[in-house]
Design a protein around this ligand. Structure first.
Ligand code: HGY
Ligand code: MN
Ligand code: MN
Length: 418
């Protein structure tokens, strides 16, 4: 229980809201929920969040890239005060768990609710943020809303993004009614906190409750297109083939080797792949696939990218195919604010919770907001290290304790609430 005895979390409402939001976009056939950015299901999730923000009497604003902000105004805020921001995202991948992103946004509401229910107002305004298109599944890059917000991507360019389904991001944002008027970045946070599930195996394996996230690894996303020649599967000798399918498979194997050669720090993933004409008896004339490379060290990430480029150059000549690449996202590793990191560790210590300092393998909005203000993250364990999967799970008491740490940090960062 939080040390601020008159300020208590309403755990019941927090868990109820996590469950309720998790019901939106349920996919009973494949499991989990799917609220891909700017889809009808995501709109429904947005509408529910705005409803909850309004029920807490927060000042709700939407910016031009659809980021949603709810602010609990401090009496000392005459309108120009930089708020303490708590944020994350509520869009999901396909067949996702209920916690990725949503936990952090609803934890922010829980912190504000605890102050409201204690009849307290913060010495500094608190803004809860839900950033657009964190997952980047339909429109790349990922963390797009927070990237625009932090000034890393021009809003007009982001709005013109064409999705994997051929839709225009700006049109979809307008269609779901979330093309706001607030200039991205108009609310400059004093500092930023993000509570998130670990989505990895470390905390559970070490039987540790709280992850004090010091840094976040670099991310490189690209789309690779291989142009070969279609031909008959039964009459074309191997030596005469320009087989885009074979080359794609060879690249996937080479990427695994690049990852293994890095002593495990570089991670390589080919998540999407399509062949044309995609018929059983035709040698593929075209293969298109995505490459996700990650490493905590920028030089090693660069080396992995260069290793891939060299492999593509060589195999294009060897197999007589044309290969082109398109960069989809590129973020360097980020180090979070030492003072905030220390505050999180102190709160975990004070509350008597086990904790350990760690890196984040996943990308998060915090890595973008860290460009414009001090930022840090808090993790809670993921059962089996599983995420981006309907089996994503964190025990209720772990979820609640994670928010207690967040509340403790917030109250101490805001000095004494009025
Ligand atoms: O890709 C990521 O790490 C995040 O889930 N968008
Ligand atoms: Mn997330
Ligand atoms: Mn995610």
């Amino acid at each position: 229980m939080s040390q601020h005895f008159d300020i208590c979390l309403n755990a019941e409402v927090l868990l109820e809201q996590i469950h309720s939001l998790g019901e939106i976009g349920l996919d009973l056939q494949n499991g989990g929920r799917t609220r891909i950015a700017l889809s009808d299901a995501e709109k429904a999730g947005r509408d529910r969040l705005v409803q909850w923000m309004r029920a807490l009497d927060l000042d709700v604003r939407i910016d031009r890239i659809g980021n949603i902000f709810g602010t609990l105004r401090s009496p000392s805020d005459t309108g120009a005060q930089a708020p303490l921001m708590i944020g994350s995202h509520i869009d999901t991948v396909a067949n996702a768990g209920a916690l990725d992103g949503c936990y952090g946004v609803l934890a922010g509401l829980a912190v504000v609710r605890a102050l409201r229910e204690a009849g307290r107002l913060p010495a500094r305004s608190i803004t809860i943020g839900a950033f657009t298109n964190e997952e980047g599944a339909r429109y790349q890059p990922d963390m797009m809303g927070s990237l625009v917000y932090a000034g890393g991507l021009d809003v007009a360019e982001a709005l013109a993004t064409i999705g994997t389904d051929g839709t225009c991001l700006g049109d979809e944002l307008a269609r779901i009614g979330y093309a706001g008027d607030l200039e991205p970045g108009a609310i400059v946070p004093h500092e930023y906190l993000e509570l998130h599930i670990e989505q990895g195996p470390i905390l559970e394996a070490e039987n540790t409750l709280i992850g004090v996230v010091e840094n976040l690894q670099g991310i490189s996303w690209q789309r690779v297109t291989i142009q070969g020649s279609a031909n008959h599967a039964g009459t074309t000798p191997t030596r005469l083939r320009h087989d885009a399918g074979y080359v794609a498979a060879a690249v996937v194997t080479a990427l695994r080797q690049i990852a293994c050669d890095s002593n495990g720090t570089t991670l390589a993933t080919v998540g999407c792949m399509a062949f044309e004409p995609n018929l059983i008896n035709v040698i593929p004339r075209k293969a298109e696939f995505t490459v996700d490379l990650r490493d905590p060290d920028e030089d090693r990430l660069l080396a992995a990218e260069q290793g891939l480029s060299a492999f593509l150059r060589n195999i294009a000549v060897a197999e007589g195919v044309q290969i082109s690449t398109e960069r989809l996202a590129r973020f360097q590793p980020v180090t979070f604010d030492a003072g905030l990191v220390e505050a999180i560790a102190s709160s975990a210590e004070r509350l008597g919770f086990s904790y350990r300092r760690m890196s984040s393998g996943a990308g998060h909005d915090a890595q973008m907001i860290a460009r414009i203000c001090p930022a840090a993250m808090i993790f809670v364990p993921s059962r089996g290290g599983i995420s981006h999967n309907p089996r994503e799970h964190t025990d209720d008491d772990q979820l609640i304790k994670g928010v207690e740490v967040l509340l403790d940090v917030v109250i101490r960062r805001l000095a004494s609430p009025l």
